[in-house]
Structures are given as structure tokens and as C-alpha cells.
Design a protein around this ligand. Sequence first.
Ligand SMILES: Nc1ncnc2c1ncn2[C@@H]1O[C@H](COP(=O)(O)OP(=O)(O)OP(=O)(O)O)[C@@H](O)[C@H]1O
Ligand SMILES: [Mg+2]
Length: 553
Amino acid sequence: MFVAAITTAINAWLMQPVLDSIFFNKELTMLYIVPTFVVINSIVKGGAHFYQLSTMKKLGQKIVNDLQIRLYSHLIYADTKLLMEYPSGNLISRMTNDINAMRKSVSDLLTGAVQELCTLIGLVFLMFYQSKSLALIAVFIIPVAFYPMLKLGHKMRRVARKIQEGLSSFTVRLDETFQHISLVKSYCREEYEISRAKKVTDNVLSLYKKSAYIESAPSPMMEVLSSVAIAFIIWYGGSEVIDSKMSPGEFFSFITALIVTYKPLKSVTQLNTSLQEALSAAKRMFSLLDEKPTIFDDPRTPHSALKNFNIEFHDIHFSYKTGLKILDGFNLRIQEGTTVALVGSSGVGKTTVLQLLQRLYDPESGYITIGGQNITKMRLNDLRNEIALVSQEIALFDETIMDNIRYGKLEATQEEIVEAAVAAAAHDFIINLPEGYNTLIGQRGVKLSGGQRQRLAIARAMLKNSPVLLLDEATSALDSIAEKQVQEALDRLKKGRTTIVIAHRLSSIEGADMICVIANGRVAEYGSHQELISLNREYCKFYNQYKNITGMN
Ligand SMILES: Nc1ncnc2c1ncn2[C@@H]1O[C@H](COP(=O)(O)OP(=O)(O)OP(=O)(O)O)[C@@H](O)[C@H]1O
Ligand SMILES: [Mg+2]
């Protein structure tokens, strides 16, 4: 970097012997020495430049790569509550568009800024060496030039932020459209989606146009300012040479230095706009990195060996948004090894209870214990390893069936995986697929039917083999034959485990040891099926309605 800077200054300085020794004193030896020196100087300069460029570019990419994975790791551990605030497209955009804005700028800055600044300093030194008074005039232009640059820089940062937001909206549109492509098609909303996407891209385009003005301004501005300085110096320096206060060589060397200065100066001002873009992206990124999770696996917490798996909810109050209570004094005790069913109308908070137990959210007040241990005092991974969940919305990856089941236990053998699939009544449909366990199932398992997806999710939970089992509408998508098969498998699985089931099909919870009816954020009724029927209240009403609808007797 310094070599490159010094060689540039040397090139300018060489103008002095060219003029003074060759043109005026007609020294023949210098006629050979100076050109040879020019070539050697350029080779050194080229070598140094190459080494510096490649090293700095590599360094720049490494810095940005590290940031990217840091952000990813940070987000994956962030609070569920925070993550729910952002559409996934927004987060994707931060990890891609924003990072790429930084990738370009960091590498530009590292390769350009430092070198150009060094070169600038080298040239300024040379100018002072040649003529102090002229140099003072030339240096005066720098602050004059920098003021408008700073102004433009600020403007650029604002526009860059808006562009990043615009790109993020576009990613959100892309993400949503292609996630819900069947819906888009069945509602014939292609044109509507195109117009929505166009609105976003038009906005981004108008911002890019604005940024084109801002980005293009510094260079011509610098050009004008530099020529004013050069004109002035030709007038002033020329009169010094005429008065023989300065040799023509010194004067030309000075002018060359000044002209060469223009390039790094221009680059530095251009880098400023690039820097503003990076700063704006970095700001968006660090605003996420600054969000510290409130629920995390604290390594200082000792591991706890649970004596039993009794689960207790103590006076839980919880709301997702302030002012809208979901749980309001919820109390529940679940005896180890038993099955408790949660019943209640849609949106009453059943899934929320399961989320609180896994500490995806923490209650506002009240506490939950497992084996007598407050779950907030447990290592997060210890808690979650004890729990296997089949969630209401089945989450599958665009991988093979084998890998999707293996997610429940990464070190599982092939036999264990097949065993889990058999238990979940999934094995038969899997082996009938052309590629069996190696079938790729598409994003979120789109290449499978709803019931098949559900059985994979059950197999995954079976493989995890945890003492606490949470089944949230686990069999809702199955036909009655498959449901019977899976139900039998689940009954086997439930043996000896503490289980919480949620099901709208009351037939699948009748056999639960206890049934808990939730209403108004708390437990309204609690008891066995028979007890609640004889109580003849909410549950009995649900049950009779269900019987009428399904024609059950
Ligand atoms: N992430 C969230 N942010 C804000 N509100 C939420 C969120 N998740 C759920 N809710 C609200 O909390 C309430 C309880 O939701 P929950 O999913 O626990 O209901 P549920 O009893 O499982 O219903 P269902 O039987 O339909 O599955 C609902 O009224 C819902 O609107
Ligand atoms: Mg639910």
C-alpha cells in the first residue's frame, strides 16, 4: 500500500529531472536513466498494487462473510417474539441484499480508501517539497471540495437506506408469492401480484435514479474545482518561473503531482458515497445484532437432572400484544406419565400453552415447573430436549424423507428411522414412493399430502423419544383408517410419557386421563371424560355438538 503510494509520488517527482536535466541541460545519460527508472518504478508499483488489491479484497470478503454467519447465528437464537415481528423475506433481504451492499463497499474501501489516502498524503508532501506557497493554495481546495461531498454523503445514506428497505419489500413479495403460489393461481391473482411487485420495483427504481444523481455529482464537481486550482497555479507558478524563482522542472513536477492528486481525491469522494451505502446497511444489520435475546441457553446455569416429569402451570398471565390477554391466571397440574387433553374453542390459547412450556415465549407473570424445577432456571436445551412436539403447522424441510425424520435425532441409525416411520404408520406410504426414504419432499413438504406430512412429523417426534410429548392437532389431517393406525402408535408412544394433546376431534381425546377445558384464559373445567360429561357444562356441550356433527353414538 505504502509502496504503491510512494511509487505514484515518485512518478510525479520524475517530471523534474525529465525537464531540467533532459530538456534544458541536455544530459544524455539522464535520457537513459530516467526512462529505465520509470519502467522499474511502474513494475514495483504494479506488483505492490496487485498484492495489495488481492489481499484487501480477500480480507474484505472474509470480514463480510464472518458478519453474515454472525448475523445468521444471532437470528437463529433470537427471541421468537422478535422473529415474529419480521416477515421472513425481510430477514432474508438483510442477509443477502444488505450484506451484498456491504460486501461491495468494504472491499472498495479496503482496496481504495487506504491506498488513495496514502497516495494523497505522498503527493501533498511532494507538492510542499517543491513549492510551499503553491502547495498551500492547492491544499486549500481540499476542504472546499469536501464540504459538498459530506453533504452528498448524508443524502446518499438516506437514499441507500430507502433502497435497502425497498429491496427488502421486494424480497418479502417474492417470498410470499412463491410460498403461496397455488393460492395465487387458484384465485387468479397473477396480475394482481405482478402489479403489487411492480409498485415495489418502481419505487426502488425511482430511488436508484435519485442515487444515480448523487453518485455522479462528486466526480464532475471535483473536476471543476481541480481545474480552477490548476488554472490558478499555472498563473501563479508560471510567474514564479518567469521571475526565475522556480525551475520549469520543479513547476511541472508540481503540476503533475497536482493532476495526479485529482485521481485519489476523486476516488476518496466516490468512496464516500459507497461508504454511506455500507453504513446504512450496517446500521440495519447492527440494529438486529443489538437485540439481545431474553430467552437463551445460559452456559452458567448448571445442568439439572429432573427427578420426575410432573408439569405445573402456576397462575400464568400472558399476552402476545399488550392489552390482549390470552392467558389470565392459568393453573394446571399434569401428573407424570399421564395424558392431559386441552380443549377449547379456536383461538382460546391452547397452542400458546405448549409454546410457553417450551419457552418459545415467557409468561408475563406466573411460572411453570417441570419435576419441581422452574423452567426458567433450567438450561434451555435441557428443557427442550425433554420435549417432543408435533405441531399444528407441520414444518418440513426440502430434503429427503430420511433426513426429515432424522431431524428428531441427528445421530439416529437407518434402522431407528425406519422403526419410527413404522410406528407412525408412515413406512407403507414411504416405501411405495419411487425413491422411498430418499424421496425429496419439496419446500415444507409440498410434494406430500397433508396426512403424509403429518405422519412424518409424528415419526420425527417418535425418533426424538423424549419423556414429554406435545401433540397439537397431530392427527387432524388423517383419514379415519390412518388416524386409527397413528392413534394406536401414539397410544403405545404415550405409555410412560407425560403427554399433552390438543384435538378438535374429541374422539381422539376421550381416552385421555384428564381433560382440561380452557375458556377466558383459564381452566374452566378439569376432570376425566366421564366426570366432565356428568358435570354437564361446557365440555358436555362440546361433546354433544361433536356427536351430532359426526353422527357418533
Ligand atoms: N404470534 C402471535 N402474535 C400475536 N397474537 C397471536 C400470536 N399467536 C397467536 N396469537 C393470538 O393468541 C390467541 C391464542 O392463539 P393459539 O394459537 O394459542 O390458539 P389455539 O387455542 O391453539 O387455537 P386453534 O384451536 O385455532 O389452534 C389467538 O387469539 C391468536 O389471535
Ligand atoms: Mg392451536
